[in-house]
Design a protein around this ligand. Structure first.
Ligand SMILES: Cc1ncc(COP(=O)(O)O)c(C=O)c1O
Length: 482
């Protein structure tokens, strides 16, 4: 049977002249040549019956999933669709406080009542997994108030690769007929090698994966798996088709199909895992920096390098970039994150390990900056290193309103004046898009410091409700964030 790639390539020789969209008419080189729309022989993205339906089936087969849907609008579309499929206006939902902002946006769009489950810290620096007991506690507390949540939403793995006990959480929730939604945006590769944590896909009612983050798939390509007695997959697809563009990007779709072909034909995972293991061995004995070691409850593909108060994350990230030409995924205040995938070469991973060994050797072991627990050194605002408190994402914020109420009728005001006001919009740095403040929460002094300090963006004005009880400001910092 002709593959999707072959069908697209054949357009160049066999295709009829395109008196249809897109407007580039396939006249330019590269991806333009096969960027088509719903034409004869192809499919409808939002009501797939042909070649896209076949690819969805192939994705499901690869993941041993009952039903899988591909979307060209990322896990953002997946989260919006999953939550919309299980909860409607006035329903209550439980979400982990470290969820991506798209989860909050779903809660706002569907006008849901929300309660938050705080994840645990994985170690001093990384958040965090959601424990079974915290889910039990949150559900029981709601039940004692006469409410059953329509679903529980958690992120696993997190941006830094920390996984939760999804099986345990799902067992508890299913004993109460509550569906579990897992944002596995960063876990699309787990399934392909036992060196990674289990994806537990069959235990999750709706699981969302950004294939583009950790597989050789173009940006925005994502998968939504439905394996549930509680959720109707057709309902999920209905919402995907509402939130997703109606323009099928065959460029993105084909990249998913090719990723599966590549995995089938070459299986790059054993070599990837071997390269990763070698990286961890080479960096096991650093003296000043340290690398979060391999463990069964974390994705070893996310390389977290701590600066341990010898450098700031920013300084290490810049050194790697400027002196060694390695561009990292993110610089935190006291660690940096290197994201890897099965497409990374042995040379790149060995090179990163060697760069770290060299940088580590060059640091004076007696030059560690003294810091109290919870403090880190930081040069982000003042030039010279000073000590400051680590941003605590899990710090309690009083919730005064439901997020959907808090986003209404906001007006602008200077950030300094927002202390004590109710947030009207998500405040987050991107990446990773985890909200520091969620609409409906009271803003405090530390939040204002955070907004003023975040280096890539100077916030002067924010929005507040006309009655001046609400505030709203969403801003995004790029690679340097607190
Ligand atoms: C945990 C998590 N969920 C969802 C998303 C959104 O993913 P996408 O970019 O595929 O829409 C991200 C993106 O960074 C994320 O980190």
């Amino acid at each position: 049977m002709e593959t999707l790639s072959e069908k697209l390539r054949n357009l160049e020789t066999d295709g009829a002249y395109p008196f249809h969209m897109p407007g580039h008419k396939r006249q330019l080189d590269g991806a333009y040549r096969y960027d088509i729309t719903e034409i004869e022989g192809f499919d409808n993205l939002n009501s797939p019956r042909g070649i896209i339906a076949e690819m969805n089936k192939s994705i499901a087969d690869h993941y041993y999933s009952e039903v899988s849907f591909f979307t060209v609008n990322g896990s953002t579309c997946g989260n919006l669709s999953a939550i919309s499929a299980v909860a409607d206006m006035g329903d209550t939902i439980l979400i982990a406080r470290n969820c991506h902002k798209s989860v909050i946006n779903a809660v706002i769009l569907r006008k849901l009542n929300v309660e938050y489950i705080n994840p645990k810290m994985y170690n001093d620096s990384l958040i965090g997994f959601v424990s079974v007991s915290s889910v039990m506690q949150a559900v029981t507390s709601l039940e004692s108030r006469g409410t059953k949540p329509k679903a529980v939403v958690i992120t696993s793995p997190t941006y830094e690769g920390v996984v939760s006990d999804v099986k345990g959480i799902s067992e508890f929730l299913h004993s109460k007929d509550i569906p579990l939604i897992v944002d596995s945006a960063h876990g699309a590769h787990f399934h392909f090698d036992s060196a990674f944590p289990e994806d537990s896909l069959r235990d999750i009612d709706i699981c969302i994966m950004s294939a583009h983050k950790t597989l050789p798939v173009l940006n925005q390509g994502a998968i939504i798996h439905v394996n549930s007695d509680l959720v109707d997959p057709e309902n999920v697809m209905r919402y995907i088709s509402m939130y997703q563009t109606s323009s099928p990007s065959y460029v993105i779709i084909e990249s998913m199909s090719r990723a599966l072909e590549l995995i089938d034909e070459k299986n790059p995972f054993p070599e990837y895992v071997a390269n990763l293991r070698r990286f961890y061995e080479k960096t096991a004995d650093l003296r000043t920096l340290s690398v979060e070691p391999i463990s069964s409850d974390r994705d070893m593909g996310k390389i977290v390098i701590y600066t341990n108060n010898y450098l700031t994350g920013d300084e290490l990230g810049r050194t790697l970039r400027e002196d060694y030409r390695f561009e990292l995924e993110m610089y935190g205040r006291d660690y940096v994150l290197a994201m890897t995938s099965c497409m990374d070469t042995a040379e790149a991973l060995d090179g990163l390990a060697e760069a770290l060994v060299t940088i580590d050797k060059g640091i004076d072991i007696s030059a560690k900056c003294d810091a109290e627990p919870g403090q880190i050194i930081d040069t982000s605002t003042k030039g010279d290193a000073d000590l400051r408190q680590r941003i605590d994402y899990l710090r309690h914020h009083e919730k005064r309103m439901e997020p959907f109420e808090a986003v209404k009728n906001t007006v602008s005001m200077p950030v300094e004046e927002t202390i004590g006001k109710i947030a009207g919009e998500v405040v987050t740095a991107y990446p990773p898009g985890i909200p520091v403040i969620i609409p409906g929460e009271i803003i405090d002094e530390s939040d204002v410091d955070y907004m003023k300090e975040t280096p890539c963006y100077t916030v002067l004005w924010a929005k507040a409700q006309q009655e001046k009880t609400q505030f709203s400001k969403s801003y995004s910092a790029t690679r340097n964030w607190a």
